[in-house]
Design a binder for this molecule. Structure first.
Ligand code: 5HY
Length: 251
């Protein structure tokens, strides 16, 4: 089985963290194809960043479809372009926020999300509602760490994330923690050991969920809103990104 894991930002160092977590989680016989978006923002920390990340993300999904991959993971906690990517894909497409929240809801009656900047909290809160997780998500908390600070030893990221997780367990009545950034994937096991509760990295669980869906012979529905995009003319720079789609002509 081949699963494409795409980092929608353009920071290759972060893709390396994501790829390592995906490969560590993947089952025997699963090949992980990790990709960094070819165009867009170096990190995604708001609505504008998300919007600007979409052409690059969708170009990578299209390329994966042309290569015949079995499924996709969108490795960014805002799950940017999830439905658009599902239109392009034959197999399952999972966002790491969606996967992590569903996993957490199966492991604890309440969970808290610990994310990066406060300004991204509203994006996670939108997803909590979109995924029907209001009854499970106790709170979305921010560490005020910028995404690219996660890899910077001077930021003391691990301690600041651990402290926020501890506050979440003490104040929110949560029994599990969802890590609110793909760049935190390498911290999950260590934090779980320190906190003694499930700490969920969406990259790992999304890979396993895609494997499970593919193993059950399931893929994205091609009926209705997730049917392949209708072929149409593109003009300007996006015409290049949208071409050679590999997406079968609409029936
Ligand atoms: C992520 N941004 O997972 C999100 C995290 C965030 O570039 N990769 C990013 O802060 O929303």
């Amino acid at each position: 089985m081949r699963i494409k894991v795409t980092n929608p930002n353009t920071t290759a160092g972060m893709t390396a963290t994501i790829a390592a977590a995906a490969r560590a989680a993947a089952g025997p016989g699963t090949e992980i194809l990790a990709a960094t978006s070819p165009t867009g923002p170096a990190s995604i920390e708001g609505h504008h960043d998300e919007a600007m990340s979409l052409p690059g993300l969708l170009a990578e999904v299209r390329a994966g479809e042309a290569e015949g991959v079995d499924g996709h993971v969108i490795a960014c906690f805002g799950d940017p372009g999830l439905l658009a990517a599902r239109e392009l894909a034959r197999g399952p497409v999972l966002g790491i926020a969606e996967a992590a929240m569903h996993a957490a809801s199966m492991l604890a009656t309440g969970f808290s999300v610990v994310t990066t900047l406060g300004r991204t909290r509203v994006i996670a809160e939108h997803l909590v509602r979109a995924y029907g997780m209001e009854r499970h998500c106790r709170r979305v908390r921010a560490t005020e760490l910028a995404v690219l600070e996660l890899d910077d030893p001077r930021s003391d990221a691990r301690r600041r994330i651990l402290d926020e997780c501890r506050r979440a367990l003490a104040e929110d009545g949560s029994g599990a923690i969802v890590l609110g950034c793909a760049g935190m994937a390498d911290l999950a096991r260590d934090l779980q050991g320190a906190l003694g509760v499930p700490v969920i990295d969406g990259v790992a669980v999304a890979v396993r969920f895609v494997e499970a869906l593919v193993a059950c012979g399931l893929g994205t529905s091609k009926r209705g809103d997730l049917a392949y995009p209708l072929p149409k003319a593109y003009t300007g720079p996006l015409a290049l990104l949208a071409s050679g789609s590999g997406v079968p002509d609409a029936a």
